[in-house]
Every structure is written in structure tokens, then in C-alpha cells.
Design a protein around this ligand. Structure first.
Ligand SMILES: [Zn+2]
Length: 646
């Protein structure tokens, strides 16, 4: 019988538009789900939206519409966000669903019947942003709410309270006795530290006079439920608590994925609520850190949001998923910048994996009639690589199962580098020239293809569409490979290999980045290599367009560094025009000014002049860029300045 796995994202509060924080949690959850399925488990993935509460009521009023209409619109925005990010959830729950509402009321009634909910008059400091009373100890030294940077206001009202204080001892014992319950462990320690102070009872109602947009208390119609009490119950409710077969099947394997900002609600309130309601404890609370831009947390309250869809256009969906999972050490905060994303893309995907896929297929096609070559006798190099892969696949599985996707992906990249190194050691392009080495050539290329196929299988949960494409390049069906197939030697010799198209074309750094590689930076430019590949099979540019670009040979007469830039040089170039042109290029990491002087370079001569770092640039130099080194393109020593290139 296969193992069972239930995984949830938080339900997102529809007071704000979806941002990269939501996208990360949901993508990570999707990736964990797909990995569990790869490992043969039966997985169920829940996400949804949290739709009640004061802030929603206020936003709806501001928009001049009914709260239900407002939440319908916003829930739609979240729901539509996920499929284009290759997120395939099994269920989308909304807290305005009638089944959810009646189940929340059933839990409230049960706890009330047990005498664990009571009415009392309360006076305290209330933060509208948090929608709750704050304890003095939670405030900043200035007396502000730490999340909203505003002082909470004194407020007095009668409300219902959940006797959470009664569960303090029990909760401490639960956390101490179950080190696995909260991951990473430091969040368990944080909860235990919080529990060193007396646990307060939880206010679970709002008077309807103040807020009507919520689930009515079943035992007092003048009140609605506090939004967290409503929201947390979505997890068992979605499965059909208390007795649906799906609930019975999946609830015992429940894993909650959350961001660390909602640790307290999930690590303190939620276990107490479950205990009181007689619902078995979740299996694991898995906590991730925040994406940081310029030192502050990305959140709706601070307004510094980056739309994940913007990055999607730049990187492609699958590469964005890869970046998010690879870059964040799960549990810790991580930096999010476009430059980091592009560097990761070019390094891991374009130069390492993408290059491996394309060269192993191209060499095989060229030397073995367009087919997967036969595998001859294994030498020590193949045996070692196979062992590395067998161990590596097991290790990737272990790392995913303990919620360390960043380490799993790091290992996949290491394995990819190992195959590239293996190819470099055997030099199949040399073997191809020696007919007596044909069998060895087959073995080398077979081993390269077969190993790469395993990497594709391991990356399928992270990049489902790209890896389906990769499988097509290996002559296989697009169906995700089974885990049992991720063993060395399972690739079939003789399979026809279609002509490879680049899976991850190398990307340029954006012009807005402070330290670009500006050799190819300025606006109109002759198509660089990947674009050239793309246009030969697509529409291409017309000859007229190409002829508009004027290329000429120029001699560098003088050259110096651009102040405060370690990437840019500015050259004075003789194009035979009776004056020197000033041209800025991003080659300072590869050439000293002295080395540039005297070179006969290729210049795009009719570019509109621009200023780069305060320096005038009247054209651009062409250069070769292999991903690691930039080499300035040079004409023969005898060429006169101003000679046109056609
Ligand atoms: Zn607040």
C-alpha cells in the first residue's frame, strides 16, 4: 500500500493581491507534492483563501461593493494565479464556502458545550491591522505594533474567549516530547520560549455591531468569529471533517507549510484548538523564511512587493520555480533580486544542465545516426559515475523528505557538473576522430545521456514543463518518469534523438542592473547567438533590417577605466572619421586599458549615442561571450580603420 501525504498552504487573506511571498509558499508546496508522487506516495494538496474579517469589510466598503462580491473577485485572482505558475493543487477552499461555515460553527458549539468558551468584558490595546488585542509585551519600545508600526488603540468590549490558558502545560509537553513536530527546530524553540510566559486566553469573537463580515457564533448571534479561529479550521474542513473518507485517509498525514510570520497562530493557537475540538494533531508544521528586498520583509503592509509574474516573463515559469526553491535555504530568509535570479539561471540551468543536455544529444546524433548509442564495456570512470548517481538519487530523496529542497537541488547541480566533467575527461570529440575508439565513444555518450536522463527525472517536480520538453529531446514520452526508472542504465540504446533546441537559452543581465556586461548592452544589436538560433527556425529578421546595422573596424587609440565601475572601460576609437569616438564597453574584468590599446575592434557604428555611468558612448564593441569569459572580437592586423564589415 502506498504512503499517504497531505500538504497545505496557508489560506491567503484576500485583502491584498497575490505577491511573490504567496507564490513561493504555493510553489514550494506544489514541488513537495510532486516529489512525493515521484516517490510513489499518494499526495493531496490544499490551498485556498481566507475571506472574513475587518480588513476585508473595510476594503470592500472602500471599493464601494458588497464584501461577498469583493472576496469573489479577489479569490478569483488567487485561483487564476496558480495554473500559469504550473501549480496543480487538488482543492481550493474558501472560508465563505457554506460547508466550511457550518463546520466552523460545529467546532465552536462543541468547545462552548465543553465550557471552554466564556463571555467577559475586556479592555485592551487593539491593532486594527492585526485585528486583535495586543499584549503590552508585544509592542515596540515606542509602543507600536511591531508589524504595523502604529500604536494600537485602547478599546473596551464584551467578547467570547477560548480558555487557551488551560492548555499551556499540555502544549509545552507536546512540543518538548515531539522534536519533529515543528521544522526547522529553531521555530519549535521559539514557540517554547513564547510559552515561558503565561499563555493568555484567546478572544475569539467580534461584536456584530462592530463587524458583521464573519461566521456567526452558533450560541450568540450578536457576535461573529475571530478570523483566525475561522481560518485555521479550513485544514480539516476541506477534507470533510469529521467523518468523510478523505478526511480519515489524509488527516493523519497532515503537513502545514507556512511562512514564519504566522508561526504563533499555527504553533500556539492551532494545537490548542485541535486539542479542544478533539481533532488529532497535525503531523508537521513546516516553516519557511521570507523573501527580502532591500532589507525589509515583503508584505502587503509595507508595500514593497514584486510581482512574481514579472519574473515569470523574464525567466520562464519553470526557471522561476527553480530559482525560488534553490535560492532560499528553507527556513531562513533569502534575498530576491533580478540579478541573483539571472545569475542562478545562467549558472545552473543555461551553462550547466542546458549545456550538458545539448552537447550529449548533439554528439550522439552526429556520431550514431541520430540515435542513443550502444553502451559497451564500462571503465572505472563509468562505474564511478554510476555509483555517484545511485547514491545521489537516494540522497536527493532524503533531502526532499526532510524539507530541504535547496540542498536537494544543489546536489542535482553537482551531479550535472560531474557528468560535464566526465565528458571533458573522455573528450568524445577527439574519440570521434579515431575509428578504433568507436565503441568507447558509444559508451561515453550513452553514459552522458543516461545520467542526464536521471537528472531530468529528478528535476521534473520543480520544472514540470521544461523537463517534459527535455524528455522529448531524449526520444522519450513526456510522462513523468517513475522513481524506479531513475537508475543508471535504463536508457534504451537505439532510441531516435530529435534535433535539440536550447532548453535554457542564456539570458542577458537587464539594463537596469547597476553592473551590467554592457558589451552587448545597448539597444539595437546584431542578434546574439541564442537569438540567432531562435530566428533560423522562426520568422527571423529581414535582410533590410540587418543591412541597417553598420559594422566597421576601429583602432583603439586610448583607453581608461570608468570611475567607480569595475566592469566598464571607455575607449577612444579611430574609425577613420578624422576624430576619435568614445565607446564604453563592459570588458574591464577581462582586459586592462593597456591591453585594449592598439586592438582592431569591430564597432557597431550607427548606434544612437547614450550615456553610461556619466560617460558618452557612441557605438559598441562586439565581443564573444561564452558565459564565463568575454573576448573582444578583433580584425586582422593589416585592416585599415573604418573598413566596413558585411
Ligand atoms: Zn498590528
Amino acid at each position: 500500500m502506498s504512503k499517504t501525504f497531505y500538504i497545505t498552504t496557508p489560506i491567503y487573506y484576500v485583502n491584498s493581491h497575490p505577491h511573490i511571498g504567496h507564490a513561493y509558499t504555493t510553489i514550494a508546496t506544489d514541488v513537495f507534492t510532486r516529489y512525493r508522487r515521484l516517490f510513489g506516495e499518494e499526495a493531496y494538496f490544499l490551498t485556498g483563501t481566507d475571506e472574513h474579517g475587518q480588513k476585508i469589510a473595510e476594503s470592500a466598503a472602500q471599493a464601494g461593493i458588497d464584501p461577498q462580491e469583493f472576496v469573489n473577485r479577489m479569490a478569483g485572482e488567487f485561483r487564476e494565479m496558480w495554473p500559469p505558475l504550473h501549480i496543480a493543487h487538488d482543492q481550493f477552499i474558501r472560508t465563505t464556502d457554506p460547508e466550511h461555515k457550518s463546520r466552523v460553527q460545529a467546532v465552536l458549539q462543541k468547545i462552548h458545550n465543553q465550557g471552554e468558551i466564556y463571555l467577559k468584558e475586556y479592555e485592551g490595546l487593539y491593532c486594527v491591522g492585526c485585528e486583535r488585542f495586543l499584549d503590552e509585551s508585544e509592542l515596540t519600545p515606542e509602543g507600536d505594533c511591531p508589524d504595523h508600526q502604529k500604536p494600537p488603540q485602547p478599546h473596551k468590549e464584551r467578547n467570547y474567549f477560548f480558555r487557551m490558558s488551560a492548555y499551556q502545560e499540555w502544549l509545552v509537553q507536546l512540543l518538548e516530547g515531539n522534536p519533529e513536530l515543528v521544522y526547522p527546530g529553531r521555530y519549535r524553540n521559539e514557540l517554547l520560549r513564547f510559552l515561558e510566559a503565561p499563555l493568555q486566553d484567546l478572544c475569539i469573537s467580534r461584536p456584530k455591531s462592530r463587524l458583521s463580515w464573519g461566521i456567526k457564533l452558533p450560541f450568540d448571534r450578536d457576535f461573529v468569529t475571530y478570523v483566525w479561529f475561522d481560518a485555521l479550521l479550513n485544514y480539516p474542513n476541506a477534507l470533510g471533517w469529521p467523518d468523510a473518507p478523505r478526511y480519515q485517509k489524509f488527516w493523519p498525514h497532515c503537513h502545514h507549510i507556512i511562512g514564519k510570520d504566522i508561526l504563533k497562530t499555527h504553533g500556539i493557537y492551532w494545537p490548542c484548538m485541535l486539542k479542544s475540538a478533539g481533532i488529532p494533531m497535525f503531523k508537521k508544521l513546516v516553516v519557511h523564511g521570507h523573501w527580502v528586498i532591500g532589507g525589509s520583509k515583503m508584505s502587503k503592509s509595507l508595500g514593497n512587493v514584486v510581482s512574481p509574474l514579472d519574473m515569470k516573463a523574464r525567466l520562464g515559469v519553470d526557471a522561476l520555480r527553480y530559482f525560488l526553491l534553490r535560492e532560499m535555504s528553507f527556513g531562513e530568509d533569502a534575498n530576491f533580486t533580478e540579478a541573483l535570479a539571472l545569475a542562478r539561471y545562467n549558472g545552473d540551468l543555461a551553462n550547466n544542465l542546458g549545456n550538458l543536455i545539448s552537447r550529449s544529444i548533439t554528439l550522439s546524433r552526429r556520431n550514431f545516426d541520430g540515435q542513443v548509442p550502444p553502451c559497451g564495456e564500462l571503465t572505472e570512470l563509468e562505474t564511478n559515475l554510476r555509483r555517484e548517481f545511485t547514491e545521489g538519487v537516494g540522497r536527493v530523496q532524503e533531502l526532499v523528505l526532510v524539507f530541504q529542497p535547496h540542498r536537494a537541488l544543489e546536489l542535482v547541480t553537482q551531479l550535472s557538473s560531474a557528468v560535464n566533467k566526465y565528458i571533458d575527461e573522455h573528450k568524445p570529440w577527439k574519440l570521434a576522430k579515431e575509428p578504433e575508439q568507436h565503441e568507447l565513444l558509444g559508451t561515453v555518450l550513452y553514459t552522458a545521456l543516461d545520467s542526464t536522463r536521471i537528472l531530468v527525472g529528478l528535476l521534473q517536480p520543480v520544472m514540470p514543463e521544461k523537463m517534459a520538453e527535455a524528455q522529448r529531446l531524449f526520444g522519450m514520452s513526456e510522462q513523468p518518469l517513475a522513481f524506479e526508472q531513475l537508475v543508471p542504465g535504463a536508457l534504451e540504446s537505439g532510441t531516435p534523438l530529435p534535433e535539440p533546441a536550447p532548453l535554457f537559452p542564456k539570458l542577458q543581465m537587464p539594463p537596469t542592473e547597476p553592473a551590467p556586461k554592457p558589451v552587448k548592452k545597448q539597444q539595437p544589436k546584431p542578434a546574439p547567438k541564442q537569438q540567432a538560433d531562435a530566428v533560423t527556425s522562426g520568422n527571423g529578421i529581414g535582410m533590410e533590417t540587418f543591412q541597417q546595422i553598420r559594422l566597421k573596424v576601429g583602432i583603439v587609440r586610448k583607453c581608461r577605466r570608468v570611475e567607480k565601475s569595475d566592469k566598464l572601460l571607455v575607449s577612444q576609437i579611430d574609425l577613420g572619421e578624422g576624430r576619435l569616438r568614445s565607446i564604453v564597453s563592459g570588458v574591464a574584468e577581462f582586459y586592462t586599458p593597456e591591453q585594449m590599446v592598439g586592438k582592431r575592434v569591430v564597432v557597431v557604428a550607427n548606434l544612437k549615442p547614450v550615456k553610461l555611468r556619466g560617460e558618452l558612448s557612441e557605438g559598441m564593441l562586439l565581443a564573444l561571450d561564452d558565459g564565463t569569459t568575454i573576448t573582444v572580437l578583433e580584425a586582422a592586423k593589416t585592416t585599415a580603420p573604418g573598413t566596413p564589415i558585411r
